[in-house]
Design a protein around this ligand. Structure first.
Ligand code: GDG
Length: 468
């Protein structure tokens, strides 16, 4: 949540809120959302919004710098994305991370009913499960990691690697995007603690109230997140959105090929990689300037973190170079938009795009890939998708690429452009079916079902792998 100066609230950008909003709305006002309100040094009392209780947790300006921009976005984020950027390790940031995690745990402990279910979201709050369990042993605790969990060789860099695992293991169920992430987590637990972690069950040794040893079972497995597919389909069917898609193509100069990228401006998304592939195709004549355009929406993100400032400069240099070489008056080769758009405009862009480029170097899931697919109710368009995005495990009818292999990306772009209409439709139908059948409702209910069965005393905690 974020508060404008006039006192109204607006939705935060990004994948987490996009995914959880329909889950909260479906909860009949019975839940509470505990979160940071988006402005530093301000305290707000809990309030109702759209039938949910929102419980703001305050952060000071210093905590925003140390806990959020520092430890979360400049230590954990690059580390968990395979050190694409160098993580910074600062003890002061870690102190702040612990303090803020405790504050969130206390806020959740204060509002949760006896025996309630608490679902903790994402890497900024990995210590909360254990803190919460200590404060409120009656609660059922789930945790979901929206970003990848790295291989042990990378994870083990973290000076606080044991404390983070201990924090996570306070949960009854720990969810990951991919099977590989859950595997990396289980290996880290085995290597650092020597606990048994077979299949989806981690066995955590504990002592009970009487000091006797016992084993607590924690489920760690993948639950691939998704989108509200029906909402995208509905938007894409609106005549005004379809008209806007036609207008976009017209405003672009009615080129033969419209390619699209939509990302937060983040170094994990491989934005420069796709631009370089596009630039080489223009240089070599595989694509004709003016006949093929690339639209890149890069929504502003983490603008106070140094690595993001450098990234923005690099991307904008690349755009400038390519446009300098291949644009003509009134016809840029790359339409670069450093801004956020309403969802209707996004869907119109999806409908206008012949080729969608998702070239992430590492991505937990990538909801944009699923949103493109869900919007293509005409079975048109081709999705080019990085194998390093979680979505690649599910969207197998996309053209899968390794974004580091520039010739491979160029080949996929040409394949997409030349693809016969029948093949395009066959692939898109298969992709749409997957996203329609595995939507965000299925994601959340499958997680919450497993969590309900993991409740102590509820008996069967065995999980079959095909539930997600
Ligand atoms: C994290 C993980 C995982 C973006 N620009 C605009 C806009 N967006 C929306 C997209 C999409 C969301 O933001 C971005 O989600 P992604 O999944 O693509 O990426 P992250 O923000 O990095 O999300 C990711 C996700 O969490 C969920 O678990 O998939 O791997 O990194 O919904 O459409 N929306 C609007 N205007 C914009 O300009 N309206």
């Amino acid at each position: 949540m974020e508060n404008g100066d006039g006192g109204s609230w607006k939705r935060s950008p990004g994948g987490l809120v996009t995914a959880l909003e329909p889950v909260m709305n479906a909860n009949d006002g019975d839940g509470a959302w505990v979160g940071w309100p988006g402005i530093a040094d301000r305290e707000f009392p809990p309030f109702e919004s759209d039938g949910s209780l929102l419980v703001p947790v305050p952060l000071s300006e210093q905590e925003v710098a140390d806990y959020y921009e520092g430890f979360s976005n400049d230590t954990l984020w690059p580390l968990y994305h395979d050190v694409i950027a160098q993580p910074s390790y600062h003890r002061q940031w870690w102190e702040s991370y612990q303090r803020v995690n405790r504050r969130f745990a206390e806020a959740a402990a204060a509002v949760a009913d006896e025996g309630a279910t608490v679902w903790v979201q994402d890497y900024q709050l990995q210590l909360v499960p254990a803190m919460l369990r200590e404060l409120r042993p009656d609660l059922v605790i789930g945790f979901f990691n929206h970003i990848p969990f790295p291989a042990y060789g990378i994870y083990s860099q973290l000076p606080w690697r044991r404390q983070i695992l201990t924090g996570l293991l306070g949960a009854d169920v720990i969810g990951f995007q991919r099977n590989a992430d859950a595997g990396n987590f289980a290996r880290a637990v085995r290597r650092l603690f020597g606990y048994s972690a077979k299949g989806t069950i981690v066995e955590v040794p504990e002592t009970d109230e009487d000091g006797r040893p016992r084993i607590r079972q924690v489920i760690a497995r993948h639950f691939p997140i998704s989108i509200d597919s029906a909402a995208y389909q509905e938007l894409a069917a609106r005549p005004e959105v379809q008209e806007r898609a036609r207008q976009i193509r017209f405003e672009l100069g009615d080129p033969e090929v419209v390619m699209l990228g939509v990302d937060r401006l983040d170094y994990t998304k491989g934005i420069a990689h796709r631009m370089n592939a596009f630039g080489e195709l223009l240089a070599e004549g595989g694509l004709a300037p003016g006949r093929a355009v690339l639209v890149q929406v890069a929504s502003p993100s983490r603008e106070r973190v140094e690595t993001y400032k450098t990234l923005r400069d690099d991307i904008e240099l690349t755009v400038g170079r390519i446009n300098g070489d291949y644009a003509t008056i009134g016809h840029p080769a790359i339409h670069y938009l450093h801004t956020s758009f309403p969802r209707e405009e996004m869907v119109a862009l999806f409908l206008a795009a012949d080729v969608m480029l998702v070239t992430a170097l590492r991505d937990g899931m990538n909801l944009v890939a699923k949103e493109y697919v869900a919007s293509r109710i005409d079975d048109g368009g081709v999705l080019i998708l990085s194998e390093f995005a979680g979505a690649a495990d599910e969207l197998k009818s996309a053209l899968l690429i390794n974004p580091h292999d520039i010739d491979g990306v160029k080949g996929a772009i040409l394949q997409a452009i030349r693809m016969p209409q029948r093949e395009r439709a066959t692939r898109m139908r298969a992709l749409r079916r997957r996203v329609r059948e595995h939507d965000v409702e299925r994601w959340s209910s499958s997680f919450l079902d497993v969590l309900a069965r993991a409740r102590p005393g509820s008996g069967d905690a065995v999980v079959t792998p095909d539930e997600a």
